[in-house]
Design a protein around this ligand. Sequence first.
Ligand SMILES: *Cc1c(COP(=O)(O)O)cnc(C)c1O
Length: 230
Amino acid sequence: MSAETPPTISLQVAERLGAVRHACDRAAAKSGRSGQDVTLVCVSKTFGPEEIIPVLEAGHRVFGENRVQEAHGKWPPLRERYENVVLHLIGPLQSNKTREAVALFDAIHTLDRPGLAEVLAREIDRAGRRPELFVQVNTGEELQKAGVAPSEADDFIARCRNEFGLEIAGLMCIPPVQDPPSPHFALLRKIAARNGLSRLSMGMSGDFEQAIMLGATHVRVGSAIFGSRA
Ligand SMILES: *Cc1c(COP(=O)(O)O)cnc(C)c1O
C-alpha cells in the first residue's frame, strides 16, 4: 500500500477488483472455460494515480483507457514504478493520434475504418511495434456510435488483412444501452467465428458475466472496480 493512498479507498478498490475477478472466473467455469482465458481489462479512464495504484498494488496489470492524450499523461510515470503494465485503447482513435497510440498501447480495440487501417499499418511498420488489433463492430447500428456495420464487417476485416497487411486479433462491441446485451454479444461471436477470429472484447460492468458466458475473451470493466465516474 503506498503512502499517498488512503487505506479505506485502496481496500475498497482492491476488494472490488477481487470480486470482479472472482465473478469472471465463475462465469468462465460455467461456460466450460478457465478464468485464465478471460482478460480483465480494468478501465481506468478519468481516474488518477491515487485510484489506480491500489489496483497495481493488488497485482493487476491490464488497464483500459479511452483517450490517447489522457493515457499519455498518466501512464508513463506509473509504468516506471510498475513493470509489465499492459494498456488497451478502448476509445475512438483519430488518425492523427496514431503514432502516439502505437507507441503507448499494447492493444487497440477501435479499428473501424479503412483510413485508420491504412495509417495504422504504416505506423506499425515504421515503429516496429505491433499492438493487438480489434475491429469495432457497431452491432446496434447506432448512428452516433463508432464501428463498422455488421453487414460490412467481413469486407472490412478482409481489407485490413489483404489490402493493409494488418493482423486482426478479434472484434469488439458496445451494445446499445437500452438493449439486452446478449443478442449483440452473440452476433459479435458469430461474425468472429466466420472470420476465423478468436478474441472477443465485449462486456462492461453491468454485463461482463453474460459476455463471458457468450465467449468474451476480454471484458472491459471500470465502475464495478473504481466506483462511479464523476
Ligand atoms: C468506459 C468504458 C467501459 C467501462 O464501462 P463501465 O460500465 O464503467 O465498466 C468499457 N468499454 C468502453 C468502450 C468504455 O468507454
